[in-house]
Design a protein. Structure first.
Length: 401
C-alpha cells in the first residue's frame, strides 16, 4: 500500500468489550473485523449507517482507494460522502505533531462506527498503531469503567456522549491525556464536569463536518462561545451575500487539504465550491484574532417578527444552564410572526423548569428568540452521532398540531 492509503498496523490491539453484551457491540466487533480485512486489501470502502463495511466500486473517473461514509442527516436526508484517504491522513499527521500521540497512546471511541467522528478516530488509531478500545453499545457506566481499566489516553467523543459519561462515572479517570470533542458545542457546565472526570487531560474542541473534516480547533485561550482558530492547514473566510469577506456575520468558507471529493449519493443546495473554497451553509463571525463563532446553519435560520433567529443559539443557551440533558429548538410556522420556536426537553413534565428556561431565553436572547412553549418528551429521538433527530422532532410537532 502507498503512503496515501489508510494503513492497517498489525501492532494495534483492538478490544470490543461490548461484543457479547448488546447488538450494537456485536455489530461493532463484526465491523472492526471487516474494516481491518478491507484495509489490508487496500480496497475502497463503503461505511453503512449501522457501522458495517463493504467493498465499494472505485469512481469511474478516479483511481486508488476511496472512503464512502454517510453524513449524519440531522437537517435533511443523509448524503454519502466520498473522500480520498489522503484527506484524513494529513490530519493524522497534525495530531502526531501537535499532541505527541502514537503507538504508545491507547485510544477509545464511544459511538457507532457508522458515525464519521468515530470512524475517523478508529482509522487514526490503526494508522498510528495504537491500541484501540471500541466501547459501542456499552452503558455510559461501563464505558467509563473500560476507559480506566484499559488506561486510555486519547478519547474522541461528542458532547452528548460526554454528558452521559459525566453522569455515569463514579470516580475520576486519570490516565486520559487528550480529550477531543466534536459534533456540537460543549456547554460550560459539562466542560467543568469533564475537568473533574479527566483531571489530567487537555480538552480540545473542534468544529467541522463530514464534508470538511476539521475546520477549527480550540486552545486554552479560546473565548467563550467560540469554536477556536483555524485548524493547521485550514484557511478560513467569512463572506457576505455578495461574496465579499466581511467583519460581520456571513457564510463560512474553507480551503484545506482535508475537504471531501464529492457526493457519491444525494447532495445539498448549500454545498458550494468557489476558487478552491468550500461552503456547506454554516454561518459565523471571525474576530480580529481569527477565532470563529458559529451562528448556525443557513438552512435552519428563520425569521421571527422580521428578525433573524438561529435555533442553534437557543439550544446553546439552554444547554449552558446545566438544567437539561437533551434539548432541541424546533421552528414552526406562525401566521403573525412568520415563525416561532418550540423547545423540546427530554424528561418528565416540569412546569417550574419550563418557566426557568423561558426566562433564561428572554434574558439572554430577547423575546423574538424565546420559545413559544416548552414540550417534554420521554425519549429524545437521536441520530447515530448522538444529536437530536431534528426531522423526527419536526414531524412529531406537525402531527401534534
Amino acid at each position: 500500500m502507498t503512503a496515501d492509503h489508510f494503513r492497517r498496523n498489525s501492532e494495534s490491539k483492538v478490544t470490543v468489550p461490548g461484543a457479547d453484551k448488546s447488538a450494537k457491540g456485536a455489530a461493532a466487533a463484526l465491523g472492526m473485523a471487516a474494516l481491518r480485512n478491507a484495509l489490508a486489501d487496500g480496497a475502497s470502502l463503503r461505511v453503512t449507517p449501522s457501522g458495517g463495511f463493504a467493498t465499494a466500486p472505485e469512481p469511474s473517473t478516479c483511481q486508488g482507494q476511496w472512503l464512502l461514509v454517510q453524513s449524519a442527516g440531522s437537517t435533511g436526508a443523509a448524503k454519502t460522502i466520498r473522500r480520498h484517504p489522503a484527506s484524513w491522513i494529513a490530519s493524522f499527521d497534525v495530531t502526531i505533531d501537535q499532541f505527541a500521540v502514537g503507538a504508545a497512546t491507547p485510544y477509545a471511541v464511544l459511538g457507532a462506527l457508522g458515525h464519521s467522528l468515530t470512524l475517523y478516530a478508529v482509522l487514526e488509531a490503526l494508522h498510528l498503531g495504537a491500541d484501540l478500545t471500541v466501547l459501542t453499545g456499552l452503558t455510559p457506566r461501563a464505558q467509563a469503567r473500560q476507559i480506566g481499566e484499559n488506561r486510555v489516553q486519547v478519547l474522541y467523543a461528542t458532547p452528548t456522549q460526554l454528558r452521559l459519561l459525566c453522569d455515569a462515572a463514579d470516580r475520576p479517570l486519570t490516565t486520559l491525556r487528550w480529550l477531543f470533542c466534536g459534533g456540537g458545542k460543549l456547554d460550560s457546565p459539562t466542560r467543568a464536569r469533564l475537568h473533574d472526570l479527566f483531571p489530567n487531560a487537555e480538552l480540545r474542541e473542534f468544529f467541522g463536518a463530514s464534508e470538511t473534516s476539521f475546520i477549527t480547533l480550540s486552545h486554552p485561550d479560546t473565548p467563550e462561545g467560540s469554536v477556536g482558530r483555524a485548524y493547521p492547514g485550514v484557511t478560513l473566510a467569512v463572506r457576505d451575500g455578495s461574496g465579499q469577506e466581511t467583519c460581520g456575520p456571513g457564510e463560512i468558507w474553507v480551503n484545506s487539504p482535508y475537504l471531501f471529493d464529492s457526493y457519491a449519493e444525494g447532495g445539498c443546495a448549500d454545498t458550494l465550491w468557489q476558487d478552491g473554497y468550500l461552503s456547506i451553509g454554516e454561518m459565523g463571525l471571525l474576530d480580529d484574532r481569527g477565532n470563529l463563532t458559529v451562528l448556525g446553519r443557513k438552512n435552519r435560520m428563520i425569521t421571527v417578527s422580521d428578525q433573524n433567529v438561529f435555533p442553534e443559539a437557543v439550544e446553546a443557551l439552554i444547554m449552558a444552564t446545566g438544567d437539561v440533558g437533551k434539548f432541541a429548538a424546533i421552528p414552526v410556522k406562525d401566521p403573525r410572526r412568520g415563525h416561532s420556536i418550540v423547545g423540546i426537553v427530554e424528561g418528565p413534565t416540569n412546569l417550574t423548569l419550563a418557566q426557568s428556561l423561558l426566562k433564561s431565553c428572554r434574558d439572554g436572547l430577547g423575546p423574538h428568540a424565546t420559545p413559544r412553549r416548552i414540550v417534554f418528551v420521554d425519549d429524545m429521538p437521536l441520530l447515530a452521532a448522538g444529536k437530536p433527530d431534528l426531522l423526527a422532532l419536526q414531524r412529531m410537532l406537525e402531527t401534534a398540531i
